[in-house]
Write a protein that binds this ligand. Structure first.
Ligand code: NAG
Ligand code: NAG
Length: 199
């Protein structure tokens, strides 16, 4: 006999993850980003997944972000591009990756791309192309960045000593709104600022 109750239960179970992370609860609308094409509507709601997205026209593969993901999990899931590339292909995710949204697809591949390996804790980059993800709120005139991996390598004290900077300097560049004398944290899996641009 057709058992409607158990069918309903299965359907409910299957829905639980989607319900707990429902993208439809938010009503927050944000003004359109300045860089979006004119075909985008004036307002979008990132939390609802109704974002105006920009993709390379030669994008060959998409991935739909699942709830709870961040740039680091997307990058390690595929292990064939860096977060900096992910940002280049999907500028709406922003350099601090706060624009990555569950249920919204991101481009994960373009032809002719070469992957030079994942970031390693202690990697350094001088500006030219700002790496991703950077700690939110970093000063605009940062000239060099260092990567701290998801396990916290290289340790913060070593980051300071190898770059010949004080914690106050690092604080001022990475947490410009905070007190420079505070004991501020380096984000695991993020790039932080280790020097300002040369004048
Ligand atoms: C990726 O997604 C974008 C936006 O939804 C779409 O325009 C494009 O055709 C998709 N590309 C592929 C390869 O599926
Ligand atoms: C990464 O791997 C995925 C899954 O195999 C593939 O669809 C995508 O095109 C690849 N991206 C790059 C940049 O190689």
């Amino acid at each position: 006999m057709f058992n409607i109750l158990s069918i309903t239960n299965i359907a409910l179970l299957a829905l639980v993850p989607a319900v707990t992370a429902s993208p439809l609860q938010s009503t927050t609308l944000q003004p359109r980003q300045a860089t979006l094409p004119p075909t985008c509507s004036d307002f979008y709601s990132p939390d609802s997944g109704h974002v105006c997205i920009i993709r390379p026209t030669n994008c060959v593969a998409n991935y739909t972000v699942t709830p709870g993901e961040n740039c680091g999990t997307v990058v390690s899931r595929f292990a064939n591009f860096t977060a900096t590339d992910l940002y280049a292909w999907n500028p709406e995710i922003r350099q601090d990756c706060t624009g990555l949204r569950a249920y919204v697809p991101v481009c994960i591949g373009v032809p002719g791309y070469t992957f030079n390996g994942p970031y390693v804790g202690g990697n350094r980059l001088t500006a030219g192309r700002t790496p991703v993800p950077i700690q939110p709120g970093i000063v605009d005139n940062c000239g060099a960045f260092q990567y701290t991996d998801s396990k916290g390598q290289k340790p913060f004290a070593e980051l300071l000593s190898t770059n010949h900077i004080t914690q106050q300097q690092w604080n001022a560049w990475n947490w410009p709104k905070s007190n420079v004398d505070d004991n501020l944290a380096v984000f695991a899996g993020y790039w932080s600022c280790i020097a300002l641009k040369q004048q």
